[in-house]
Design a binder for this molecule. Structure first.
Ligand SMILES: CC(C)(COP(=O)(O)OP(=O)(O)OC[C@H]1O[C@@H](n2cnc3c(N)ncnc32)[C@H](O)[C@@H]1OP(=O)(O)O)[C@@H](O)C(=O)NCCC(=O)NCCS
Length: 189
């Protein structure tokens, strides 16, 4: 990714992006995180996208709770710890004026990329924050060789459906199934 002087993000030729149209117009809120330059984040339009840092933890869990993404059977702190243990730096946060305003947790399993914990502070919505987060995550997944990004949306979450549809995501003809391996309601021994 390159950054032009005018503050618009440009994507270097192809860059392995998936799930999006490369011709899509520039973002309103521009990414500040370049995977090759972790630690040299670039803030544009006062919005910064960067990997999670430990100092973000309290604000991040508060954001998830505020956005109704937490569930009693899912310990968010354990989810953060599990993600950090993988070391892929794909838990991203959006920061504006030193406030944590958004997040996304992405991952690549060798077959599909996955996106979870996409959240934007209610006071910051419809300003392109989620778009910038998904762009950054998708770009990184593309660099890892990921051919397709999947995600799950709770059936009642029409806002999220409209959001992903606006980015070119389409509904797959699948049944989503799951099996719990760790009970987060039980303290680890
Ligand atoms: C879904 C969510 C992440 C969108 O964040 P956002 O920063 O407001 O999204 P953006 O500003 O990047 O939106 C981009 C486009 O998506 C569409 N969109 C986003 N939110 C929408 C909504 N509530 N209704 C209709 N379209 C919407 C619009 O086309 C929008 O472009 P526009 O503002 O120019 O019309 C945010 O509403 C949120 O945090 N919701 C609660 C948590 C959640 O449900 N997460 C997803 C779990 S699967």
């Amino acid at each position: 990714m390159e950054y032009a002087a005018g503050g618009q993000a440009r994507v270097a030729a192809d860059a392995g992006r998936v799930g999006r149209e490369l011709e899509r117009p520039p973002l309103r809120a521009v990414r500040g995180w370049c995977p090759q330059q972790v630690g040299q984040t670039v803030g544009v339009d006062d919005l910064l996208i960067r990997p999670f840092e430990e100092a973000d933890r309290v604000a991040l869990v508060e954001l998830w709770e505020h956005c109704s993404l937490t569930r009693p059977w899912n310990d968010p702190h354990r989810d953060i710890d599990r993600k950090l243990a993988l070391g892929d730096r794909l838990l991203l946060v959006a920061v504006r004026s030193a406030d944590l305003v958004g997040s996304v947790m992405a991952g690549y399993d060798g077959h599909r990329g996955w996106v979870n914990y996409l959240a934007v502070d209610p006071g910051q919505r419809r300003r392109g924050v989620a778009t910038a987060l998904i762009d950054a995550a998708v770009e990184r997944l593309g660099e890892l060789g990921c051919p397709k990004v999947n995600l799950q949306i709770r059936r009642a979450n029409a806002d999220a459906v409209r959001f992903y549809a606006s980015l070119g995501f389409v509904e797959d003809d699948v049944i989503s199934m799951g099996k719990r391996l760790v009970d987060d309601t039980v303290e680890p021994s």
